[in-house]
Each structure stands twice: as C-alpha cells, then as structure tokens.
Ligand binder design. Structure first.
Ligand code: ZN
Length: 310
C-alpha cells in the first residue's frame, strides 16, 4: 500500500510500548497503532495487536455534514479515536457502525452514545448483541473496572436487513450484510467510489480468525460475494491493510482447512490426531504461526464437519 499516506504514526500508549521494548535485541516488533488516510476524508486506524492486544481496527468517514465511524472498539480505544477525529473536524460524529457484536468491536458504543452518535448494525446481529454481546460486556466490566467503570451496555439503535446506504452526493458508504461468516450478523462497509472495503472480522490480515461463532462453509460463500466487489484497498478487522489478494487468502485458509480436516475424518482420524496432522504450509508465512497452533479453529471445523456426517 505504497500510495497510502501515513498520518499519525503512533498513539501515545503504543509509543510507550515501543520504547519499553527497544532495549531488547530479540523483542517482537510491536505492531503499533497507525492511522492512514486511504482517500480524502476516509481514515483507517490499524490497532496494535502485538505485544499487547489493544482492540480492533477502525475506520471513519467524513461526510459533508457528519462523521460515520466503523467499529466502536473497546471503550478506551473509542476515546482515543474520538480525540483523533476531533483534531481533524468539528462535524458531529453521528453514526457508529458495529460490524458485529464482539466486545473488541462494539463495547465502546456507550462512549459514542454519550456524544450523540447512533449505533448501527445488521438485523441479524440483534439477538447476538442482546445475549453474547451483553454477557461479554459484563465480563469485561468485571475484569477491567478501570476502563469500563460505570459504563452501561449500549445496544445498536438502528438495524438494517441487507443494505444501508449513506450518500450525500460526494461520499457514499454502503453497509452490507451477506450472511453468516465470522458471526451470524457480520456486515461490511463498502465505498464504491474509492474501492475501499472495511470488513470487520469477516476478513482479517494474518491475525487470529476467531471461529467460535462462525459457520465456515457459509463464511466461504460470503467471501465469494465480497470478492465480486472491485476492491482496491482492504481495511481488515485486524492486521495490516491489504487488497483483493488478502480476501482470497482469507478464503483459501477456510477452504483448505475444511478440505484437510474432511480428508482426515474420512481416514478415520480422531480429533486429537487431526490436531497434530493438519498441514497448510503457506499459513505460517501469512500469520507468523503454524496452522496447528490455531487449535480452536481445527476443533470448530471438526465439529462442523462431524455434525454434517451424522
Ligand atoms: Zn470478532
């Protein structure tokens, strides 16, 4: 992404992390938080994941009269992003679009609500927000009292079935739900004029794909639909910026993982054996870890495939 203009190099928090590790010769290079202007008025904030996981990637789009933010993130990250936006524009932050119900994407809704923004999500996420989303929030509130304090959980207030469009004649953003992928209700934000796609966790770039709430067969189909969009820039839910090839890589992982596991089931292998035998050699280059280290994903896909066999 050489054409991308790097705006803000590091958040204060990640700068501290970088400095504190700089004396270690073999330290993991921290994937620090960075903000990019992908096109005039279209911003992407890549959130640090290593050595400490701070939250999800986010975007914001400055329309003529308002700002739309993509993914609320955790409460402390929401505050940082609002501060960044306030340095760029006085326009009201009117909408916060949650790509899905996971806490690292939506727990900051309360921070946005407090400044008058309306949380938006796909209709399919509604029951997920009301159950898993709320439960996750209450757990995090107990675990991180300093960050969550007395915040109350804020549900989305606008739900759309398949598509919701923001268009003021200059800027156009389409929120699109294609089906069950990473969760039952994932939606993406598509900017057709710039060819920019914000995917939430429907596509991540080298980061861990949490499959616990997924349907990987349906996920592959959803990515088939996403691939039809003329994507020039992919802004993933986690990991670095990418392009159409990243979307294909994400899909390839699930196609090959399912194929590998199905083949081993056919040979009569147990889950424990399969967890030692799955091979996807290119996976390490993409993610930095061997495919066998993603044990949860192997277990999940095994569960999906053995259910189908019954
Ligand atoms: Zn997620």
């Amino acid at each position: 992404m050489l054409s991308v203009r790097k705006l803000v190099l590091t958040s204060l928090l990640s700068l501290v992390t970088v400095l504190s590790l700089s004396h270690l010769s073999h330290a993991v290079v921290p994937e620090e938080t960075k903000v990019y202007e992908l096109a005039p008025g279209v911003f992407f904030r890549k959130c640090q994941t290593e050595p400490e996981f701070l939250g999800c990637n986010q975007g914001w789009i400055i329309f003529k009269d308002f700002v739309l933010v993509i993914d609320a993130n955790f409460p402390n990250q929401a505050e940082e992003v609002i501060e960044l936006i306030r340095k760029q524009t006085d326009k009201p932050i009117k909408y916060i679009f949650d790509t899905h119900h996971h806490g690292d994407h939506a727990d900051g809704n309360a921070i946005y609500k407090a400044i008058g923004a309306v949380p938006i999500a796909s209709e399919r996420t509604k029951p997920l927000f009301q159950t898993l989303g709320l439960e996750g929030f209450e757990t995090s509130k107990k675990e991180k009292p300093d960050e969550y304090g007395s915040l109350d959980y804020k549900l989305p207030e606008v739900y759309f079935p398949r598509k919701m469009v923001f268009d003021d004649g200059e800027m156009r953003v389409e929120l699109l739900h294609f089906g069950h992928a990473h969760t039952g209700g994932d939606a993406v934000a598509w900017l057709p004029n710039q060819g920019i796609l914000f995917t939430g966790d429907c596509v991540v770039n080298g980061a861990f794909n949490f499959t616990g709430h997924s349907d990987t067969a349906s996920w592959i189909n959803v990515i088939d639909q996403i691939k039809k969009l003329p994507v020039k820039t992919l802004a993933p839910g986690h990991g670095e910026l990418g392009d159409l090839s990243t979307i294909k890589t994400q899909q390839r992982y699930f196609v090959e993982l399912r194929k590998e596991i199905a083949g081993l089931i056919k040979k009569g292998r147990t889950l424990e054996e399969i967890k030692k035998e799955v091979k996807i050699s290119w996976y390490k280059k993409w993610t930095g870890v061997d495919v066998l280290e993603r044990e949860e994903n192997i277990e999940h896909v095994f569960g999906e495939l053995s259910q189908r066999n019954q």
